[in-house]
Design a protein around this ligand. Structure first.
Ligand code: NAD
Length: 450
């Protein structure tokens, strides 16, 4: 689906008009394609205080063929454009140390090109033994979220908290936030944990040899998830209701996967899923709980059927299927990845969506609660919360509502299903072993709500 306004804003006359009237000026985002270099140009790497991750960051960049420039020199402000700015802020121990972050970032960000990336690495505030230390670490969160709102031309800023002992978890998330895979992830914070992370990142097919189940795969975001997981090397079991059988078969055929017709709310759905993955594939490596429905009404007008159906599909089915996979010996393979699709509505709330928002907030509670159990099996469980994603559903919205929904974010455009799919495919990778119990918003830093 083309973005008419973005195309207009980038045309000769459109560029003049949007500039003159101070209108949003979205750019075409740099999205991932296999074989694409990590970055389109050099990266500036610096540290604030005595950071412990700078060598790790530089080695990841060099391994991926990125030229690493040292901190900005005197002529820095007029220097060449850079594709990324990475700040190791793990050495920040007092609020006064934050000045070093400012000193590095201000001239560095001036050199950031179109679709540039800012990634800041910090220590986890919750683990700080003193309030001043916790304050200094937490301050990075406000800094990065605000910087993300200031950046233009498709550039993003994200923060990764790295507890000590989790250094090996850094390369996967660092590559994600720098790459085109994170095109619509902006102003977010992810906290890593220590994990056994494989040293090889799997190249163009990080999911080779993996079996992945995707629910709601017949269309929309689910079809895109199935395609991206297939592209990354997984064999995909595409699940959807029997009524969507034909579209489901088309998706499965396109990616050399398998179609499984299943209403995930049926009483025997979890047992049938377990039986299918155990008998056909000897277990499953990746489960993506994507199927979801909306039945919007103001709470005062909402009947029990609307409430119950949304909670059943969006939350209870995810709980039941995950529990059944955990319980059945051999169903969920070691190092498995479960990704649950939540929503921005589950974080910020949305008028007319008490049922939907309750279900999507419930999903967040679910992944946080299960994270420790999954970690004990070398597995992870995370949630992805999409914001305004351009789908057939949003295309049917009235023009004004749609345009407001699509533009009110730091990237000034709606996301695409593939943006959600790329985030999920990243979480599914072996290299994401240190990302567990997290909620990743794929919303372009939506300005609505919390
Ligand atoms: P969609 O309606 O286009 O697709 C959902 C799919 O789920 C359909 O193919 C449907 O048949 C399937 N499904 C529904 N009930 C099912 C059941 N009982 N058993 C099996 N399959 C079932 O929706 P979408 O826009 O692609 O959304 C996908 C997910 O992303 C949902 O969980 C949704 O809540 C979430 N989400 C979407 C947006 C957005 O902007 N589109 C934003 C935030 C979150």
């Amino acid at each position: 689906m083309s973005d008419w306004y973005r195309d207009f804003a980038n045309s000769g006359i459109g560029s003049t008009i949007t500039k003159q009237f101070g209108l949003p000026r979205p750019v075409r985002l740099r999205r991932y394609t296999p074989g694409q270099p990590l970055l389109d140009g050099p990266a500036l790497v610096g540290s604030a205080g005595d950071g412990r991750l700078r060598a790790e960051v530089e080695s990841v960049l060099k391994e991926d063929g990125v030229t690493v420039l040292s901190p900005v020199t005197a002529d820095g402000e007029r220097g060449t454009k850079v594709a990324a700015v990475v700040l190791d802020a793990t050495g920040v121990t007092t609020p006064a140390d934050l000045a070093a972050a400012h000193d590095f970032l201000a001239p560095a960000v001036k050199r950031l090109g179109t679709n540039g990336r800012v990634v800041v690495l910090g220590e986890v505030p919750g683990e700080a033994p003193s309030p001043a230390l916790a304050a200094a670490r937490q301050a990075l969160d406000g800094l990065v979220r605000s910087l993300a709102k200031e950046l233009r031309a498709g550039a993003t800023a994200n923060l990764v908290y790295v507890p000590s002992g989790a250094e090996a978890s850094v390369p996967g998330p660092l590559r994600f936030f720098l790459s085109g895979r994170s095109a619509y992830v902006d102003g977010q914070t992810v906290t890593l944990s220590a994990a056994d992370v494989p040293s090889a990142d799997g190249g163009a097919t990080p999911l080779a040899g993996k079996v992945a189940v995707v629910t709601g795969a017949a269309r929309g975001i689910g079809a895109s998830i199935a395609e991206v997981l297939g592209r990354d090397g997984a064999h995909v079991v595409a699940v959807d209701v029997p009524a969507a059988g034909q579209a489901l078969a088309e998706v499965a055929n396109r990616i050399g996967g398998t179609a499984l017709q299943l209403d995930i709310t049926a009483p025997d759905a979890a047992a049938r899923l377990v039986e299918h993955v155990v008998e056909r594939h000897g277990g499953v490596d990746v489960v993506v709980h994507n199927a979801g429905i909306t039945r919007d009404k103001l709470l005062v007008n909402m009947d029990a059927a609307r409430w119950n159906s949304v909670l059943a599909v969006n939350l209870q089915a995810q709980l039941d299927m995950t529990q059944a996979l955990l319980d059945a010996p051999g169903a969920l393979k070691d190092g498995a990845r479960v990704v649950a699709v939540s929503s921005q509505s589950g974080i910020a709330g949305n008028r007319g969506q008490t049922n939907y928002s309750a279900s999507k907030a419930g999903v967040i509670g679910m992944v946080r609660s299960w994270a420790a159990k999954f970690a004990s099996r070398g597995a992870t469980i995370n949630a992805v919360a999409p914001g305004f994603i351009v789908t057939e559903m949003t295309a049917k919205m009235p023009f004004g509502t749609r345009e407001v929904g699509a533009r009110l974010n730091s990237l000034q455009q709606g996301g695409l299903p593939v943006d959600v799919a790329e985030a999920i495919a990243w979480l599914a990778q072996p290299a994401s072993a240190g990302v567990n119990g997290q909620v990743l918003r794929v919303c372009g830093q939506n300005l609505l709500g919390a």
